[in-house]
Each structure stands twice: as C-alpha cells, then as structure tokens.
Write a protein that binds this ligand. Structure first.
Ligand code: SAM
Ligand code: SF4
Length: 359
C-alpha cells in the first residue's frame, strides 16, 4: 500500500527517490502504437494537472466555479504514471497545463520527473504567469524548455476585467523572471475578442518584438457555458492578420512548434507571430495530440465530448500498466476526424470548460 505521508503533495519540493514504479514495456502495445484510424500519429500530450486556477478569465470559466474534490483529481504520481505510459507508447512532447499548473502544490516535483522520462524530447508548460516570478528559475532547472504565457492585454484595468481577479504587474514580473531564467523560447498566447482587446493586437505584437519573444493569437472556442454568448466577441485570424499588416511586414513561415499555430515572421526581428485558428483554418488533418484532464479523462479531440476514463484503471491496477496502455490505445480508436466550432458559438456542444482540458 502506498504511504500517503510520502506522496509529493505531502513533502517539500524536490523529494528524492519517490518516483512511482513504472512497469516495463511488456504490453502488446509497443512504442509507436498511437496511430488513429485516420493514420494520424499521436506524439504530443497536453496534461492538465489541476482544474483550479487563481484567475477566472471570462472566456474560460464562469464567475462562480465549483472545482473538483481532491480525491477525484489525479495525484502527481498518477500524472507521472500517465506521462510515462504515453512516452513509452511513443509520445515525445508533453505540455503541462491546467487550470493554472503552477498553483498545484509541488508541480516542480512532477515536472522534474517528466523531464527525465527516457524518450521524451520536449517538456513545455502553459501558464497564466501569475506564479512565474516565484517559479521561473525552478522550472528551467527542472528541464522545462519552453513556456507559453497567456496575456490578452497590456492594460491593468482591462486585465483585471478579463481575468476578473488577476494583477497584470505580477504577470509582467513573471515574464521578466522567465526571460532572465533563459528558456529556449517564450511565447505569449492571446485570445482575440472583439470589443475587448482587438484594439491591442498591434501593441501586443510590438511588446513581443521589444522582448524578442513569440506571440500566438487564438480564436475563441466555444468550450463550456460561460454565462454569455460568444458570437459577439468572436474575432477571426484573417481580420487580425490584416490589422497587423497595417503596421508590420509579415512573411509567411513554414516553421512549426509542433502545435496547431501557423506562423509569420517579422523581418529584422526574432519574433514569430502565430495564429491558432480552429474556426477559420481547421487543423484537424494534421492533429498529433490528445488531452488528459485533471481527473484523468483522455480526450482524443478538443472539440468532441468522447473520452476514455484513465483514473479508475490507475487506481485498480497500481503496479500494472497493461490495462492503462490498452485503454489509451482503445481511446485513440475513437479520435474524431475533426471538429466544427462554427455553429456552436451561441450554444456550446462541448460542455466542459477549457480549464478542464487545458487548452
Ligand atoms: N491557466 C493557464 C493559462 O491560462 O495559460 C493554462 C490553462 S488555459 C485553459 C490554456 C490556454 O487556453 C490559455 O492560453 C487560454 O487563454 C486559452 N483558452 C481558455 N479558454 C479558451 C477559449 N474558450 N477559447 C480559446 N482559448 C481559450
Ligand atoms: Fe485560469 Fe488559464 Fe482559464 Fe484564465 S485561461 S481562467 S488563467 S485556466
């Protein structure tokens, strides 16, 4: 039986020798088994390590949120076991997300261990930046290579309105700390919203250029009932690109960071400007990723409700990864060909909030 007093939640950061046993590759599901019925190889997982967050962004959450009871959330050891099993099956990139991953106690413990998984090429994290001033150096030391920081505005009052509770100055201090910590790349993620922040797209790109970092603009997706319709604030990538071209020369680039963004370069700068356009440029044909929620559900497609439940298997078979591997491969079999958000902006068909699936 596991000694609860030795779980990473209960000990200081960086405990030694506490990694859970990951059983050897004995299953009939070998490395490279993660191919769906449309021939797409899954090499990338997005792992949400908490549904909790210290912000309440208006496009992501309802104002009053009920979070999961702790017993229904993956322990850090279970997160590691899931990551390890996926890497054994051929996944090479893990993004840790949330909710806000850095509000999870001992997140660094987990990140250090995921970074050490044999076969993993890239560990990255998406954060709202609120805790980065405290954790940037530790994240770099843990082996995180790239960080995405969500930033929708450069104006404090507006930041407070969008996040409902956030403090822009703290996030900017976090960004400074991340730049000082020497990550391979930093990227800003900006959700575009008409009448909310579309007048700042140029300023945000200039901010990225001044800091020599990347920026990606995201079309708002209809995930979860946030208490208001989204059609009126939807702002598409084509319009954003046209607006940016009034100020910057943007050259299309074939570069990819392994995600869905399409990139443009601004000559004379190191900044890449990306667009994540799930509405206007559906990227499903080349989808290489799946998502795991904080309660251990495996969602093969962000835009569909079909999922496999991994948590019961983790707990029923604490030292045998065979059933877990089989469930992962089986769930990949239901990966949808694609999603269509077009008709869902007023009434979302995907009922879970983005904070559950982690973006
Ligand atoms: N809390 C972290 C953060 O904000 O970066 C990580 C989790 S958050 C769910 C991941 C990303 O999803 C963020 O960049 C956020 O802006 C984006 N996001 C949340 N809700 C969204 C929505 N409805 N449509 C598009 N992007 C969304
Ligand atoms: Fe929290 Fe990120 Fe959702 Fe904002 S987008 S509420 S920071 S999980």
């Amino acid at each position: 039986m596991r000694n609860e007093s030795l779980t990473p939640e209960a000990v200081p950061a960086s405990p030694v020798g506490l990694s859970p046993p990951i059983s050897p590759v004995t299953s009939r599901h070998p490395k490279g088994a993660l191919v769906d019925k449309f021939g797409r190889h899954v090499t990338y997982i997005r792992l949400s390590i908490t549904d909790r967050c210290d912000f309440r962004c208006s496009y992501c959450m309802a104002e009053e949120m009920t979070f999961l009871p702790r017993a229904q959330v993956l322990t850090l050891e279970e997160c590691l076991r899931i990551a390890g099993t996926f890497v054994d099956l051929g996944v090479t990139k893990v993004r840790v997300t949330g909710g806000e991953p850095l509000v999870r106690h001992n997140a660094i413990w987990l990140l250090e261990r995921i970074a050490g998984l044999s076969g993993l090429k890239e560990l990255v994290i998406t954060t709202n930046g609120s805790q980065l001033d405290r954790f940037a150096a530790a994240l770099r030391a843990a082996g995180v290579r790239r960080i995405n920081v969500s930033l929708d505005t450069l104006r404090s009052q507006r930041f407070r309105e969008i996040t409902r509770v956030g403090d822009l100055a703290k996030v900017l201090r976090g960004l400074d700390a991340a730049q000082a910590a020497g990550f391979e790349r930093l990227k800003l993620n900006t959700v575009m919203m008409r009448g909310v922040n579309d007048d700042e797209l140029i300023d945000l790109v200039q901010f990225a250029v001044d800091r020599a970092i990347d920026i990606a603009f995201i079309e708002e997706m209809p995930l979860g009932d946030i208490g208001h319709a989204r059609q009126s604030t939807y702002f598409g990538s084509e319009e954003a690109l046209a607006r940016l071209q009034t100020r910057f020369v943007l050259l299309p680039s074939t570069e990819t960071t392994g995600g869905p963004a399409r990139y443009w370069r601004i000559p004379g700068t190191s900044t890449r400007v990306g667009f994540i356009a799930p509405h206007s440029h559906n990227f499903c044909d080349t989808c290489n990723r799946v998502r795991i929620t904080a309660r251990g559900e495996l969602y093969p497609c962000l835009g569909n409700n079909d999922a496999g439940k991994l948590l019961p298997l983790l707990r029923a078979y604490p030292s045998d990864d065979g059933p877990l591997r089989a469930a992962i491969v089986r769930t990949l079999g239901i990966k949808a060909k694609g999603h269509d958000f077009g008709n869902q902006m007023s009434t979302p068909q995907v009922v879970r909030f983005m904070s559950m699936t982690g973006g």
